[in-house]
Design a protein around this ligand. Structure first.
Ligand SMILES: [Cu+2]
Length: 192
């Protein structure tokens, strides 16, 4: 066997091992293990009569309390800050004191460090109603209310795990076929 074919095969095998290794890491990394926002008070998209003194967010895991790791930004419709001091972290609960008053949509933007050490962030809104809720007298037209309903976004896209696994299998199969073809070709070609 010529030296050239030998080198070619070694490089090919190394390349495939590298690709498969990277693929298995990509498939195996537990992106779905990140802590998520599972509840809030006021709740996501809630209507409240007045701006509460504080908001509390509940996460699916115990968050990591590192300096500067936890950030909460709360703004009114005009973008003015409503936070009062730093957020406090207690296990799975994150509390942020608020000050001032607001009317309309209030946006909460949060960033925490998940229990697995990865930063996770998201945003949601709740709405402070302008006045006490009034029943509309019969015969009068109901004013259309526009409620901001920004869906909660977590750090990950919503791609199901099986899609990645399937993708991995397809790529692996394609690579296997390619390698088999190349090896057959190199074997069939007389080098000397
Ligand atoms: Cu993670």
């Amino acid at each position: 066997m010529s030296h050239r074919v030998h080198t070619f095969r070694s490089v090919l095998v190394g390349l495939v091992a590298l690709l498969l290794g990277g693929l298995s890491i990509a498939v195996a990394s537990p992106a779905w293990a990140h802590d998520e926002l599972i509840g809030a008070d006021p709740s996501v998209n809630a209507d409240v009569g007045a701006l509460p003194a504080q908001i509390t967010m509940t996460f699916s895991g115990v968050l990591m309390d590192e300096p500067g790791a936890t950030q909460v930004v709360v703004t009114d419709a005009a973008g003015a800050s409503l936070t009062d001091g730093e957020p406090t972290l207690d296990g799975t609960h994150l509390t942020q004191s608020l000050s001032g008053s607001a009317s309309g949509p209030v946006t909460v933007t949060w960033r925490v460090v998940s229990s697995d050490g990865h930063p996770v962030s998201g945003q949601y809104t709740f709405t402070v109603q302008a006045g006490p809720s009034q029943t509309v007298p019969p015969g009068e037209t109901t004013t259309t209310q526009t409620l901001t309903a920004t869906p909660t976004s977590s750090g990950d896209g919503g791609v199901p795990v099986f899609v990645w696994v399937l993708l991995g299998l397809v790529v692996a199969a394609a690579l296997g076929a390619l390698v088999a073809m190349l090896l057959r070709k190199s074997r069939a070609t007389p080098e000397d």
